[in-house]
Structures are given as structure tokens and as C-alpha cells.
Design a protein around this ligand. Structure first.
Ligand SMILES: C[S@@+](CC[C@H](N)C(=O)[O-])C[C@H]1O[C@@H](n2cnc3c(N)ncnc32)[C@H](O)[C@@H]1O
Length: 421
């Protein structure tokens, strides 16, 4: 695409709207596109890509420019990270901009402080230094600076993976089997999949491969009673429903009506008849209590800092803080404890987050185990091997963009000991 002054102006306007970061960047962009309906698909893609690109490299960009304005950040981003050469950029820039752009092109990212190279704020650096070496922090930071791929999950109730891959190819969309999830497809680009017949007919859903693996850890059986405690818009509930061949029963709990409402059209497309969305006020709701001791499998996809999804949501590092993580930890512990009460003896609970902070992960699980001696920790690599998924990250499932190409997921699998009376 040839970059024009109009592109630059629109991307600058979008970045100006996003940068206060009072709201999630993706929702601000959605509003921006709604307010500018004349933008074509290519323009939108360019704007979204550059705005998210600037957010992913914001610390470097701010350190490189004299005055950080949306336009100056954007120009440097295009020159440094989008590989635009100065011949393409300079006609769009003022004389003064052209001058400093030439200087900045020579500044190397590698000469910056670790926090700038890793693109992590101070509060997060402090936490990471508690359990990681500098080189590990740098690897993690760099792996989160790339855009995430678009992964699909095949709805096995309606299609097989091979059928979907063949059908995508017929429509000119390149995609291949994901390395770990038996029902995942990784697309080569970012096609507007939500306009494709495959999507509209419910044969595929957008779902990161890491998120799909959580379903295989829970491994519900056909006639199980299942609770997805923090179901949100139901990404994982829908997968569980398909793994159960639309049999048994899944309660999809969440305390956000808006998120559960987003599940409804997905549920309709999916063809499932075993999924029951339930709005709860909190983890102690009577609808939860009623199911005490009755459930075979519980998924707790806990509210978390989301830092493992920084590739998709780079703005989270400014929207989270040490204080917000403290608040989340209290919620995670409370939700895990309530959710665990639902299990029958012999039942399985999977606690998951998309965070790489041990305080939201291993520490929450260990504190829970210390207070609940009837629960035992299962080994995730063994559970995945039982599902014919050769992925060994040890007792816990710990996925990272660098090693696995997925978002940064954590999961622990727990079992309530004893057999059902
Ligand atoms: C990580 S998100 C879940 C994403 C979802 N599982 C999916 O796959 O799309 C965490 C969810 O927990 C919900 N939540 C927060 N506090 C809760 C509570 N006390 N009880 C139940 N859900 C809660 C949030 O509304 C949010 O949807």
C-alpha cells in the first residue's frame, strides 16, 4: 500500500484518540472506525496495525523523539519498525521532521536500557526482576512486541480440521494445522474471517491455540456436568461444548452481563444445545452455591492482568499496575475457592490465567492447596499426553509466545481426591 498524507493524518488522529489509554485501545479504535465509516478495509488495517505497533514500541519511540506527539511517534515507528525508507517518508514529513527522522534512523534499540528494549514499565520490571534474569526479561519483552497470529478453532460438531483448511484454501486463505491443538488452525495473514461463510455457519471460531489447550486439560466427558466459572464471551465454553459432542451440561457463569451477551450469537452459530449461560453477581451467588458438590469439571479462567496477551493488548501494561495486580490476586483466590466447592469427589478443576506473573499463578494455586488438603495437583504434561498432545511444560502448563507461538497462558490442574459416593 502506498502511504499518503491522508493515511498519516488518519492514523495520527486514531493514535491521538487511543493514547490517553483511559479505555482499552481496541474499543477506542472500534469507536474511531464507527465515527469514520468511509475508511476502507485497507485503511482500517493500516491504522490498526500502526496504532498497535506504536503501543508495542512506545518506550523506545518516546525515548527517541524530542517531543512525543502522536504524529512524531508514528513517523518514527514507520521508519524504524515498519521498514519504510526515508525516501517514502520524507515527502510526507515537514522539513524539520525530515531532519530528525534521518538522525533517529541511526539510533539502535539495542543501545537502550533493558526496560526500553523489553518495552516494560518500571512497576513490571520490578516484579520480573524478582524471578527472572535480564536475558530472560529481554527475550520475554521481545517476544511480546510482535503481532499475534490469527488462530481458529474448528467446531468439531460441524466440520473437521481438514475440511476447514481445504475450504479456506478454496477462498484463497492460507492456513495450517496448529502444532499442539488437534482442532486449531493458524492463518498466514489476518483475513476478515468474520465475513466468511465458515465463520457465519459456526464451523470456526477465533481462539488462540493456547486457550484451546485449556479445554484439553479439562478434558470433559460426553455426559459430564461442567462449569466454566469465568466464561466471559464463552470462547472456552463453546469449545468444551463441542468436546462433549453437545451432550452433558455446561453452565457458563460470569458476572458481566455484557460479556455473556456476546456469547449469545456465538452459541447460536455453534449449534450446541448443552450450554447454559448464567449471570451471577459474584462467586458467592446462590446460582453457584446450588451446584455445590455436583460438578465433574470446573474451569476457572480467572480475571487476571492479561500480561500474557501483550501482543494483542499492548496497552495493558499502562492499564495495569502493582495495585491492580493486588486486587486481582484477591479476586483470583476468592473465585478459586468458591469454584472448588462445586466439584464432586474425583472431579477436576483447571485454574488458568493469561499472565506470566507467579503471584497470579503458582502462588494462588499453592495458597489454595495449603488450605485445601483434599485437593491434589495433577501434572499438566501427563494430562495433555493422555489427549495425545505432546507438550511438556512440567506440572503446570506454561505457554509463551517465544517458545510456543501462543499467548502467555498459565494453567494448573487440580483434582478433588476420593471417589463419588
Ligand atoms: C479471563 S476473562 C474470561 C475469558 C473467557 N473465559 C473466554 O474464554 O472468553 C475473566 C472473566 O471473569 C469474569 N469475572 C470477574 N469476576 C468474576 C466473578 N467474581 N465471578 C465470575 N466471573 C467473574 C470477567 O467478567 C471476565 O469475563
Amino acid at each position: 500500500m502506498r502511504l499518503t498524507p491522508a493515511h498519516l493524518d488518519m492514523a495520527t488522529a486514531a493514535l491521538r484518540a487511543v493514547l490517553p489509554l483511559e479505555y482499552p485501545a481496541d474499543s477506542i479504535l472500534r469507536h474511531f472506525f464507527r465515527d469514520n465509516p468511509k475508511l476502507g478495509a485497507n485503511d482500517r488495517a493500516f491504522i490498526a496495525e500502526t496504532v498497535f505497533g506504536v503501543l508495542r514500541h512506545r518506550f523506545f519511540l518516546e525515548s527517541a523523539v524530542e517531543i512525543a506527539t502522536p504524529r512524531s511517534l508514528l513517523l518514527v515507528y514507520l521508519a524504524k519498525f515498519q521498514g519504510l525508507n526515508l525516501r517514502e517518508l520524507i515527502p510526507l514529513a515537514s522539513e524539520a521532521e525530515a531532519k530528525w527522522l534521518m538522525g533517529i534512523k541511526a539510533v539502535s534499540v539495542e543501545s537502550q536500557l533493558l526496560a526500553v528494549q523489553a518495552e516494560f514499565p518500571d512497576w513490571l520490571m520490578e516484579k520480573l526482576h524478582g524471578f527472572m534474569e535480564d536475558n530472560e526479561i529481554l527475550d520475554l519483552g521481545r517476544s511480546l512486541q510482535h503481532a499475534a497470529p490469527l488462530d481458529l478453532r474448528v467446531n468439531t460438531l460441524l466440520a473437521t480440521r481438514d475440511e476447514v483448511i481445504a475450504s479456506l484454501a478454496k477462498d484463497g486463505i492460507e492456513g495450517g494445522a496448529t502444532p499442539y491443538s488437534p482442532i486449531g488452525i493458524r492463518l498466514a495473514g489476518k483475513p476478515a474471517i468474520n465475513r466468511q461463510e465458515l465463520f457465519l455457519s459456526g464451523k470456526v471460531e477465533v481462539q488462540d491455540e493456547g486457550s484451546q489447550l485449556l479445554g484439553y486439560l479439562l478434558a470433559p466427558k460426553r455426559r459430564d456436568m461442567v462449569v466454566d466459572f469465568c466464561a466471559g464471551a464463552g470462547g472456552k465454553s463453546l469449545m468444551l461444548g463441542a468436546l462433549m459432542h453437545s451432550q452433558g451440561r455446561i453452565y457458563a457463569f460470569d458476572n458481566s452481563e455484557k460479556r455473556l451477551n456476546n456469547l449469545k450469537p456465538r452459541l447460536k452459530r455453534s449449534g450446541l444445545s448443552n450450554l447454559y449461560p448464567q449471570l451471577i453477581t459474584n462467586e458467592n451467588d446462590i446460582k453457584v452455591k446450588r451446584l455445590t458438590g455436583k460438578i465433574d469439571k470446573v474451569l476457572v479462567d480467572a480475571p487476571c492482568s492479561g500480561l500474557g496477551t501483550l501482543r494483542r493488548n499492548p496497552d495493558l501494561k499502562w492499564r495495569q499496575s502493582s495495585q491492580s495486580v493486588e486486587e486481582l490476586k484477591r479476586k483470583q483466590a476468592a473465585i478459586l475457592s468458591s469454584a472448588a466447592n462445586l466439584l464432586k469427589p474425583g472431579g477436576r478443576l483447571v485454574y488458568a490465567t493469561c499472565s506470566f506473573l507467579p503471584e497470579e499463578n503458582q502462588e494462588i494455586v499453592q495458597n489454595f492447596l495449603d488450605c485445601h488438603p483434599r485437593f491434589i495437583l495433577l501434572t499438566c504434561s501427563e494430562l495433555l499426553a493422555q489427549q495425545k498432545i505432546p507438550l511438556d511444560t512440567g506440572t503446570f502448563l506454561q505457554l509463551s509466545p517465544r517458545l510456543h507461538g501462543t499467548d502467555g497462558f498459565f494453567a494448573a490442574a487440580l483434582e478433588l481426591s476420593g471417589t463419588e459416593a
